[in-house]
Design a binder for this molecule. Structure first.
Ligand code: BES
Ligand code: ZN
Ligand code: ZN
Length: 503
């Protein structure tokens, strides 16, 4: 979407629709208290025009309310922002989302008066938030539809009375939001792609094609022979029944002015392009949508590309473990015992607990780079949906400081995250009597953190590590207007970018 900034605006830009926001306030009407709009910095004549309309009396500025009217030949959309004290960053994203959802199929050019929708009077952050709300809402996966869902809207103008001298900063907020949202949408595209077109080989190629030309980025891909050399017995066991080569995509972003003090973050992602469960086959209904089992890798890649494109002053290494979990005569059978890259032996009691096998070896590989912190993202356990619902990302790890900074980064971007403990009893439960470890616990209870207790064994000595289970939040988000109702959410990309910003 073309977003234009118009500062020093004395009148609204000429557009198909001009959007003005208003809070609501309580007013005494006889004995009753009613909500009425608090027009704030609306042009006076425009406010008088709305107040003069009989139908306009129904508009009270409550959150989510909308009212169209004409003023001096200009179509106006009044949007309610609710109570001023409740209006925050997330309200701004959601307001932008409701505006674009209402107008995208009818208005070519939309002018939004930033002064009337500003969060705590801050035009700069509001410009970024409105860009986010708009860009994330406009996402459609219409590649396979004969009739595309192209919006009619081609331009949004942000009007503000703010002085033109502030243009650079405000423009920067818009440009940064555009980069982050583009990256969220790239991640969503990868996840939504079906498994008959996206397999480990095509996925690795697509990531390399996307990363090509990003300043400071180097790429490397390890195939089956390389993984054998690396002795990644767990990763290879998952790929054993596949028609495609396993791929370990290793990307590095080094900022222009890197010094010895530059922080080094490692991202690791589960890239299961499809999870049938293997010989521990999933029942039909549970197998549907398992194309999304690579969402962890798409999430960390999305964050990686945004960080690199923003040119943030942190070094980031990104490791994507790609394969499907399929069956042929060579597929791994339950009861198999394999040896991980770090030498530990693992009894595979359930081939459907495959993500931890891939991630374990990739975590060991990533640890060799000696990052200051390592974060993995994975659609790892169905149990995470039971524990935290579809909205909340599971967080586990071995380092309080890293966990706290992830919680802070998530809260600042209004994404939900909740930490689960890893207790010694669960570490014990992941031990086998005939191998060092087994890939499932003795019972279903606490399955999400037991998976983390397994992963922990593959984190290099002394490395701060956090694990994000996105099994719930990576998929459809009914409650979020700027996420598709059905399909990949792209959640946690913004949190990870923010974490890198905060470092
Ligand atoms: N990819 C699944 C986890 C999953 C399930 C994500 C449902 C999203 C929705 C994972 O590989 C898996 O199958 N895990 C098993 C683990 C079990 C066998 C210990 C699960 O959650 O049932
Ligand atoms: Zn599985
Ligand atoms: Zn899986």
């Amino acid at each position: 979407m073309k977003i234009t900034l118009n500062l020093g605006a004395v009148a609204p830009s000429v557009a198909d629709v001009v959007v003005l926001g208003t809070f609501t306030k309580k007013e005494k009407k006889g004995k009753k208290e009613v909500n009425v709009p608090a027009f704030g910095n609306w042009p006076k004549a425009c406010k008088d025009s709305l107040v003069g309309l009989t139908a306009g009396k129904s508009f009270n500025g409550e959150k989510g309310s909308q009212f169209f009217f004409d003023w001096e030949g200009q179509r106006i959309l009044a949007v309610g922002l609710g109570e001023k004290s409740d209006y925050d960053a997330e309200s701004a994203r959601r307001t932008a989302s409701s505006v674009i959802t209402t107008l995208k199929s009818s208005a070519t050019k939309i002018a939004i008066n930033l002064d009337t929708v500003a969060v705590k009077g801050n035009i700069e952050t509001t410009a970024g938030l409105f860009t986010e709300g708009t860009e994330l809402s406009l996402y459609e996966f219409d590649k396979y539809l004969s009739t595309k869902k192209t919006p009619k809207t081609t331009e949004i103008i942000f009007d503000s009375k703010a002085k033109k001298t502030g243009a650079k900063k405000i423009q920067k907020a818009i440009d940064e939001a555009l980069i982050v949202c583009e990256s969220v949408n790239v991640a969503r595209d990868f996840v939504n792609e079906p498994p008959n077109t996206l397999n480990s080989e095509t996925y690795a190629k697509a990531v390399l094609a996307d990363a090509k030309g990003i300043k400071g980025v180097r790429t490397k891909v390890l195939g089956k022979a390389d993984l054998k050399k690396q002795k990644m017995g767990m990763f290879l066991s998952v790929n054993a029944g596949s028609a495609f080569e396993p791929q370990l995509v290793h990307l590095t972003y080094t900022p222009a002015k890197a010094t010895k003090k530059t922080k080094h973050i490692a991202f690791v992602g589960k890239g299961l392009t499809f999870d049938t469960g293997g010989y521990s086959l999933k029942p039909g209904a549970s197998m549907v949508n398992m194309k999304f089992d690579m969402a962890g890798s798409a999430t960390v890649y999305g964050a990686f590309r945004a960080i690199a494109k923003l040119g943030l002053p942190v070094k980031v290494s990104c490791f994507l473990g790609m394969t499907d979990n399929a069956i042929n005569s060579l597929a791994t059978m339950p009861d198999s015992i394999v040896t991980a890259k770090n030498g530990k032996t693992v009894e595979i009691l359930n081939t459907d607990a495959e993500g931890r096998l891939v991630l374990g070896d990739v975590l060991t590989y990533a640890s060799e780079q000696k990052p200051d912190m390592m974060i993995d993202a994975a659609t790892l356990t169905g149990a995470c949906l039971i524990a935290l619902g579809t909205e909340v990302c599971g967080l586990m790890g071995n380092d309080k400081k890293l966990a706290d900074s992830l919680k802070k980064a998530a809260s600042e971007t209004d994404e939900y995250i909740w930490e689960l403990p890893i207790i010694k009893e669960w570490r014990e439960d992941m031990k086998s009597n005939i191998a060092d470890l087994k890939n499932i616990g003795g019972s279903r209870w606490g399955g999400t953190a037991k998976a983390a207790a397994f992963l922990e064994n593959f984190v290099g000595e002394g490395i701060a590590w956090a694990h994000l289970d996105i099994a719930g939040c990576g998929d459809s988000q009914g409650h979020l207007p700027y996420c598709p109702k059905k399909g990949a959410s792209g959640l946690m990309v913004r949190t990870l970018v923010n974490l890198a910003k905060n470092n």
